[in-house]
Design a protein around this ligand. Structure first.
Ligand code: ADP
Length: 257
């Protein structure tokens, strides 16, 4: 749709701009950091120099995140089972969530495969899980669920951004503090964050949006203040021509008839 195209173009422009700035900024930070180090060697330990180093270190981490966001990653899309990806990630997810948040994972029998890069799918899941955790500072429950879902032509026509046909859904539902409609309208914007300074970059959901769009999918959001939030991410089922798998290679020589 128009709105989604605009969003994708904005993402790309911001990504390019951010990458350029982050790169130059990183070089400047190197000068600041090495200068502070040399001064410290000359003058001995100093509170102000420590503060400079601390701030420069934090700035370097932030520019590192910006660079990662804007960098063109090398993608290796292949046939993926989202339940298998979820299972593989589970130990990390449990560590992210901590003791006060219960995790329930509900897989689907005969889940369809999607055609995607595993690293990108893991990024989508981790970003949703980190946000869910941050929305439940007092603890709660996160449910991760998959399903096979079909959209008919009529539904797709009535819902901009939805492609018709078989899809795989990944849902993340939390019992966190939720979002008001004004917040919901902005969450996919790059750099939009409500988190405390230094905690959020506002790039998590912008990244999720980019990855899901790129794979031809879409995102559905339901959130209520004080109740919780559900993100449903839909990926189209893998298509016939996309099954190519290193384990099952194409014939190297094609004989022209
Ligand atoms: P960041 O996590 O760095 O703030 P994101 O793009 O991931 O950036 O999220 C943007 C904002 O969307 C968050 O700051 C928060 O206000 C809101 N948000 C995202 N997920 C949730 C959630 N599960 N519950 C409540 N608010 C959320």
């Amino acid at each position: 749709s128009e709105e989604q195209l605009r969003q994708a173009q904005k993402m790309e422009a911001v990504g390019r701009l951010a990458g350029g700035i982050a790169h130059d900024f990183n070089n400047l930070l190197t000068v600041v950091l090495s200068g502070a180090e040399r001064l410290e060697q000359k003058l001995g330990p100093d509170r102000n120099l420590k503060a400079i180093q601390h701030a420069a270190d934090r700035a370097a981490r932030l520019t590192g995140q910006l660079l990662a966001f804007s960098r063109q990653q090398i993608l290796a899309p292949r046939a993926l089972d989202l339940d298998a990806v979820l299972e593989g990630l589970q130990p990390i997810l449990l560590r992210i969530l901590g003791e006060d948040i219960e995790l329930e994972v509900l897989p689907t029998s005969s889940l369809r495969k999607v055609f995607a890069d595993q690293g990108q799918i893991e990024q989508v899941i981790m970003n949703l899980v980190v946000n869910a955790r941050d929305a439940m500072p007092e603890g709660g429950k996160l449910t991760l669920e998959t399903a096979n879902v079909d959209f008919d032509d009529r539904y797709a026509r009535d819902h901009p951004g939805v492609s018709p046909g078989p899809h795989v859904m990944l849902a993340a539902s939390d019992t966190g503090f939720g979002m008001d409609p004004g917040t919901q309208a902005r969450i996919f914007d790059p750099f939009f964050t409500t988190k405390a300074r230094g905690k959020g970059t506002g790039l998590g959901l912008a990244t999720v949006f980019g990855i899901v769009k790129q794979s031809g999918g879409h995102i559905w959001l339901y959130s209520e203040v004080g109740i919780g939030t559900t993100f449903k991410v839909y990926f189209p089922e893998i298509r016939a021509g996309e099954q190519a798998d290193p384990a099952d290679p194409e014939p190297a020589v094609v004989v022209d008839e």
